[in-house]
Design a protein around this ligand. Sequence first.
Ligand code: DGL
Length: 216
Amino acid sequence: MKIGVFDSGRGGELVAKELRRILPEHDYIVVNDRAHVPYGSRSDAEIIDLTHHAIAPLFDAGCEIIVIACNTATTVAIDSLRHNFPQIDFIGIEPMIKTADLESNTRRVTVLATPTTLQSLRYHHLKQQYGSSLVFDEPQTDNWASVIEFGDPKTIDFGDVEKSIAHGSDTIVLACTHYLALTEQLHRAFDHVQILEPTKAISKQVARLVAARQAE
Ligand code: DGL
């Protein structure tokens, strides 16, 4: 089946790479909107508008399942997408606060996300719902998506992440798909800390929706 994957930039390819590995039987069509990266410091109205435009080629390509492989676009735009395109199954990505709650022993976690995601209502609800017994550190990552997109990820400074881990965090939540590009660097720098990232959960959702469509 043709599966659409969208992110503002590189995150879509990083997610699609994992999907191709886990579910190689599908055809993944990836679109991005590099002209407008980063989304993470734009207004909600802009993000909704840009996302609607950017995913249009996926409709033309015949994708009935579309992964919004962008936490920022998911938190801001997914309701409007579902409302406007009810014939499409959209899979969104959210910060893995529920999993962090299940897996953190120290009860302190480090969330790496764009400013828009950190300020979103959706993120606040997730924290209220699943994170009431957790302490959250949210290091500033404002320029990370741009550096990953256009520069050298190796120049990114993990100073605030290091502080959070020194304060007892045992879990890093990768809540921006661009930051999948940092997974190895983070593993190397903080080898005793677990890193939560959403690609396995997305692949389960893809498999479930494909099965549902094939059963129709
Ligand atoms: N990759 C996107 C995310 O998951 C955001 C990058 C951007 O700011 O455009 O949030």
